[in-house]
Write a protein that binds this ligand. Structure first.
Ligand code: B12
Ligand code: SF4
Ligand code: SF4
Length: 347
């Protein structure tokens, strides 16, 4: 007869997950590393990471589900970023954000898997699905369940599937024998990710200085982006994949087959000027159920202005001149900066 582990793993793969491992609900050993990271202010403006209750839950996952005995660690692969077409006004969006919002997609799969756990045992089993937003150290849990190692770029990397993986977990009161943790460090002497990072925000202890990370700046940060960092952001409009595209472990990963994460028709951004001019209603329509909603239309437009400055194309000047008169001070100041950058190039 199928064991509970084999049955859950089989069902997880049927639901579209790529990897499924098991660990206990014990407190994470690396929690002190997280505390130090927060104490050093490396979480920048993400205050939700430093609040008391989430800190306590990260230290002990059973605070999310007191009866939890095991954690089912899951990963879902998504396609890597498409190669740049080198068009004059092209903009870059991180691969994870090109399709449907993984939070919604994966939450629905987790619900189905929780129901399956109960149905397999033939009685109600208290379980709780989490993806990204719960205060859990998802990478450490994944590594402890054998899904991969924490790379120098701080990503959870699987030796076959690489790092283009969404992570998720189910805390459950079912006692499931844990899988062996992934203990090898396959980074060796490689430092490609650190060399590829334009802002130098990958720290020697494999954590990230968020305040300098382009992913943070374009997605999480509200208001003006520090001028000193703008020139390093290239054409990043939402998120950043540079420390993953540089990683050799992503080169031979099998193609991700999950169609919900395939790029939507309007991606990649071939013309950032047209993208900037997208009216409010069209923007709302285009980014329905997309991760890009996180930054809001204002944040998205702010990022486009910076990327247009870095693209340094004369064609963008008229729209930048109009944006310099925008009543939103963040947009107008970014537009002035972008114009300065283009003129400095042409001086
Ligand atoms: C806050 C956050 C961010 C912040 C900070 C990122 C960071 N590296 O800390 C910002 C906004 C910058 C960010 C960016 C991105 N993020 Co993010 N983010 C998170 C979030 C919500 C919390 C991460 C966190 O707690 N960071 C603090 C550090 C200290 O903790 P940590 O990275 O988990 O590291 C722990 C362990 O890995 C371990 N550890 C760390 N280093 C080492 C080294 C050794 C040797 C050992 C043994 C252990 C160890 O100790 C740490 C503390 O316990 C998680 C979801 C979650 N709930 O965990 C998603 C998550 C980490 N992000 C994710 C993604 C996809 C991204 C981006 C790729 C998005 C993009 N393309 O723009 C980038 C990648 C940037 C990067 N290189 O990390 C995925 C990562 C999937 C994966 N394969 O690893 C997650 C898991 C979301 C998800 N559910 O899929 N993110
Ligand atoms: S996401 Fe970009 S900015 Fe952030 S660490 Fe990776 S390469 Fe650096
Ligand atoms: S690029 Fe090299 S050092 Fe960085 S995560 Fe990948 S293997 Fe590790």
């Amino acid at each position: 007869m199928e064991t509970c582990k084999t049955a859950i793993r089989r069902r997880a793969l049927e639901l579209g997950f790529t990897l499924c491992g098991f660990t206990t609900a014990a407190p994470p050993e690396d929690y002190p590393r997280f505390r130090e990271w927060v104490a050093a202010g490396l979480h920048a403006g993400m205050g939700y990471l430093a609040a008391d209750r989430p800190l306590a839950v990260r230290a002990d996952p059973t605070r999310l589900l007191p009866s939890a005995r095991s954690i089912i660690a899951l990963a879902a692969a998504y396609p890597p970023p498409p190669a740049a077409e080198n068009l004059p006004l092209e903009g870059a969006v991180a691969a994870y954000a090109l399709g449907d919002d993984y939070h919604e997609v994966i939450r629905a799969r987790l619900r189905t898997l929780c129901e399956y756990v109960s149905s397999w045992t033939g009685q109600h089993v208290a379980s709780r699905g989490c993806v990204d937003t719960a205060p859990l150290l998802e990478r450490e849990i994944a590594s402890r369940a054998g899904l991969g190692w924490i790379g120098r770029n701080s990503m959870l990397i699987h030796p076959r599937f690489g790092s283009y993986l969404f992570l998720a977990e189910i805390l459950t009161e079912l006692e499931i024998p844990p899988d062996p943790p992934f203990t090898a460090d396959r980074c060796g002497t490689c430092t490609r990710c650190r060399q590829a990072c334009p802002t130098g925000c990958i720290l020697p202890d494999r954590t990230i200085d968020s305040g300098r990370c382009i992913s943070y700046l374009t997605i999480e940060h509200r208001g003006p982006i520090p001028a000193a960092l703008r020139g390093m952001m290239g054409r990043a409009v939402f998120g950043c994949d540079l420390c993953q595209t540089a990683c050799p472990w992503n080169r031979n990963a099998p193609p991700a087959m999950d169609a919900v994460f395939f790029p939507r028709a309007h991606f990649p951004i071939r013309d950032m000027v047209r993208e900037y001019l997208l009216p409010e209603e069209a923007w709302q329509e285009r980014f329905r159920r997309s991760p890009i909603r996180r930054t809001g239309r204002e944040g998205y437009r702010r990022n486009l202005l910076i990327a247009l400055g870095n693209a340094r194309r004369e064609e963008a000047v008229p729209v930048l001149e109009a944006a310099a008169r925008d009543p939103d001070p963040v947009l107008s100041e970014c537009a002035v900066w972008a114009l300065g950058r283009i003129r400095e190039e042409n001086a």
